[in-house]
Design a protein around this ligand. Structure first.
Ligand code: KDG
Length: 324
């Protein structure tokens, strides 16, 4: 039996500045793990789902570190291909005030060499959700083909497709990114995207307007992630605002990936869209309390505890919500 949630993309070894400041002033880095789809798979597993990862990985020590991580986290790796002809990509994270920036060394990486022939069709057809990302499409033409091929398999088999455009303009031009992302939005059931990406795609800044515009392309659900301002979950008939949670933000790297994984795992548990949105928002908020994309990803019981605490506060009539 394969996992319920399958994703495909590029894992990266992460070097995250130990202290906030500009990249030029960093003295020490903490080693961690990143790559949006890898973060997603780990989050899905920590949050109670069963997750599998498809990628090409360098046959090097950094690749082994990532493989060991997935094994520890319970992510299924039967379709991870070790590639002895290319390296595992890396990235550096620096943070200033509430924003972070990424510097990549990933061009020609093993992951970017994935192609449709590497995509296991029965594995995807046997899942309940296939999760795609714009980063996986932006790393190379063959990877972009592999993502479209995987989406076709999923759709033909009646597997739900979730999609996060995760637009990274360091990877591709705005014109190409928007063309590919808009095409993919039309193929997805759930589109889960940041307000920044949504504004790039639609030119709008009001989440309700953005969601309405994106829903016209065909997805059933659009979730607009607004970080410290919460989220908006929208279908053609409903718009639900999810308020933010109180946490001390250390590093928001990977919070969006945690949101996506939490949303789909809650959906597979049979939660309503509002419950999915609350669970996802709480999980994403907690993930920002750790340094690096993976360290802060919470377990399901931690998210449940935060939601329970909030309910208690609400019942006592003292609602106090902050930005994260
Ligand atoms: O969402 C976090 C990711 O962006 C980060 O882990 C690195 O995948 C990454 C990327 O390409 O930006």
């Amino acid at each position: 039996m394969g996992p319920e949630i399958v994703t495909l993309g590029e894992p990266l070894l992460e070097f995250n500045a130990s202290h906030p400041g500009s990249l030029r002033d960093v003295e020490t880095y903490e080693v961690g793990w990143g790559g949006d789809t890898s973060n997603f798979a780990i989050a899905a597993s920590r949050l109670g789902g069963s997750a599998g990862y498809i990628c090409r990985l360098g046959d090097d020590d950094f690749g082994q570190i990532l493989l060991d991580l997935w094994h520890r986290e319970g992510v299924d790796t039967r379709f991870v291909i070790r590639d002895e002809h290319a390296q595992t990509g890396i990235y550096f994270v620096s943070r200033q005030s509430e924003t972070h920036s990424f510097t990549y060394y990933r061009s020609g990486s093993a992951a970017s060499r994935i192609a449709p022939a590497d995509v296991p069709s029965e594995y995807i057809a046997g899942a309940k959700i296939f999760h795609a990302s714009g980063i996986s499409q932006g790393i190379s033409n063959s990877a972009c083909d592999a993502v479209f091929y995987a989406i076709d398999i999923a759709r033909d088999a009646g597997v739900l497709v979730s999609y996060d455009p995760n637009i990274r303009l360091k990877l591709w031009s705005k014109g190409r990114a928007c063309a590919i992302v808009n095409e993919t939005i039309g193929l997805a059931d759930f589109v889960l995207l940041s307000i920044e990406d949504a504004s790039i795609l639609t030119g709008k800044s009001e989440p309700e307007e953005i969601a309405a515009k994106l829903l016209e392309k065909g997805p059933r659900v659009v979730a607009v992630k607004m970080g410290g301002d919460g989220a908006l979950i929208s279908t053609s008939g409903t718009c639900i605002r999810i308020p933010p949670f109180i946490v001390n933000v250390l590093d928001a790297t990977g919070a969006g990936d945690t949101f996506d994984a939490a949303f789909v795992t809650a959906y597979l548990r049979g939660c309503s869209l509002e419950e999915c949105g609350k669970f996802a928002n709480a999980a994403a908020a907690l993930s920002t309390t750790g340094l690096g994309a993976v360290k802060g990803i919470p377990r399901k019981h931690e998210v449940d505890a935060l939601l329970k605490k909030l309910l208690l506060i609400k019942n006592q009539g003292r609602v106090h919500l902050c930005r994260y």
